[in-house]
Design a protein around this ligand. Structure first.
Ligand code: SAH
Ligand code: SF4
Ligand code: F3S
Length: 459
């Protein structure tokens, strides 16, 4: 695997500058997961480096980029809807450049559809093309014609990419790219390509820099962080990486996502237990509680193995909270399979649950599996799962009332004069406080709960 450093493209920047009287403005919007958001931050950094300014509205923009997600049909529909809405802007301003990038842009069918049905889209580039964006824009501006091709897969890791982060106290830090797991329902390995880890010295350097810049919460990103290190020259796994990062002095907390249960080890749990700066919260997507379905999903663990792992984690990490993703209505899921999911959810007691109705993704293995369950049955199951989880989370949340916790103050609250703070376990508490606390840690006593939202007061 090749590792290359980003270099400033002087020629492209000059060509871009020559096409505008004043610095052109770019509007960049990300639609997907944290990795997609982090890519969006790099796109903004690269555009600034190439001489663009950034703006918050499409009306002011000379360049509009939609950084897209392909994980479910609904995500794609949203993007097509938003792209369609740009048609009139382009008619009013023919010089406007409209680009689509990210995970959807990696799919030939999507690129074809954009080519045919969205003639006002000028540019497509993929998840690994961010470093070449200035050259692509220069070419588009010079030649005038549309540049719509399905991006090819790249196997390199690009370091030192300029970045404009969305927050001054919370940062995303990718430790690996791509995915090799090929869960049968999932499009990600096809659009994100093969798994490749960043060298630990590169991760560590970026981490140090973030801590020095005052970032308080750093979330390590990867589709399966637990397989970090595979393919690197150095002998290192995810726990070793965490261990290294925790040696960096400073006031910060570490989160990570996503952990795949098949690779989450006791060593990882022990590492979390040993370091207070790692949040006492694990997002460990189980997807289903049925062994038969888990096998059909190619997840490589059983519900029993998952339960054992959770038991060990709860024993070693007092106060640990858990969250999970669940897919409802995977092809062929029976009522019995679904009951097994309900049983597991009830037993584990997730603080948060992200639930999705199965969405068929062309090109994946599950897309060829018979799927006799009706839409109505799937939505009914979803409603039952949500009702169960509401009950569980209410109970877990109300148990916290009365305790005093440390939160990272992240935004203004819904109530006038209030701020929102995020707990270690990812819950949010609203409390009255001075806005000067934004981006800082605060001690808050939890006084009440409304649904999953907590109320509190400064301790
Ligand atoms: N790499 C992560 C998450 C990737 S996508 C992991 O393995 O957990 C985030 C979530 O979207 C998945 O956990 C899964 O629950 C859901 N998802 C992925 N593909 C889906 C599909 N085709 N239909 C419905 N949900 C899907
Ligand atoms: Fe998709 Fe599975 Fe990879 Fe997660 S681990 S991104 S669900 S293939
Ligand atoms: Fe993320 Fe969606 Fe791509 S979940 S990896 S942006 S398909």
């Amino acid at each position: 695997m090749e590792r290359i450093n980003f270099t400033h493209d002087e020629r492209a920047a000059a060509q871009i500058a020559a096409c505008y009287d004043t610095p052109p403005m770019a509007y960049v919007r990300s639609f997907g997961c944290q990795q997609n958001v982090n890519d969006g931050e790099k796109i903004k950094g690269v555009l600034l480096d190439a001489g663009f300014g950034l703006c918050d509205s499409v009306e002011q923009a000379d360049l509009i980029l939609f950084n897209t997600c392909a994980v479910r049909e609904h995500a794609e529909d949203r993007v097509f809807g938003n792209v369609g809405a740009l048609k009139s802007l382009k008619e009013a301003n023919p010089r406007l450049i409209i680009g689509v990038c990210g995970c959807m842009a990696q799919q030939p069918t999507v690129v074809e559809k954009l080519k045919k049905s969205y003639p006002f889209v000028d540019l497509v580039f993929g998840v690994n093309g961010i470093d070449t964006l200035p050259a692509l824009l220069a070419e588009k501006l010079q030649r005038g014609r549309r540049l719509l091709q399905t991006p090819v897969e790249r196997f390199d890791v690009v370091e030192q990419v300029p970045i404009r982060r969305d927050s001054s106290f919370r940062a995303w830090l990718p430790i690996m790219y791509g995915c090799d797991n090929f869960c049968t329902y999932c499009i990600v390995p096809y659009v994100r390509g093969r798994e490749r880890s960043r060298r630990s010295e590169d991760v560590l350097a970026e981490f140090r820099q973030l801590v020095e810049q005052g970032y308080k919460e750093i979330t390590l990103l990867g589709q399966n962080v637990n397989s970090y290190g595979k393919g690197l020259e150095e002998q290192i796994d995810f726990s070793d990486l965490l261990e290294k990062l925790c040696q960096v002095p400073g006031e910060y907390q570490i989160r990570f996502m996503t952990s795949h249960p098949k690779d989450a080890s006791h060593k990882l749990i022990d590492t979390i237990a040993a370091h207070p700066q790692i949040c006492r919260h694990i997002h460990l997507p189980v997807q289903s509680g049925s062994d038969r379905i888990l096998q059909q999903m190619n997840r490589h663990y059983t519900a029993g193995q998952y339960r054992d792992l959770i038991r060990y984690a709860k024993e070693k990490i007092p106060g640990l909270t858990l969250s999970s993703d669940i897919i409802v209505g995977f092809p062929g899921e029976t009522e019995e399979d679904f009951q097994a999911t309900l049983d597991l959810v009830r037993e584990i007691g997730y603080m948060q649950l992200f639930t999705f109705i199965y969405s068929r993704r062309e090109g994946t293995k599950a897309a060829t599996m018979p799927d006799p369950i009706t839409r109505k049955e799937k939505t009914d199951r979803m409603a039952r799962l949500l009702a169960l989880h509401d009950e569980i989370s209410h109970k877990l949340v109300s148990e916290l009332v009365g305790s005093t916790v440390t939160v990272l103050v992240e935004s203004h609250g819904r109530t006038e004069g209030c701020l929102n703070g995020r707990l270690d376990n990812n819950l949010v508490v609203e409390f009255a406080a001075d806005p000067a606390l934004l981006g800082q840690y605060a001690r808050v006593t939890l006084t009440g709960a409304r649904g999953a939202m907590l109320q509190g007061q400064l301790a």
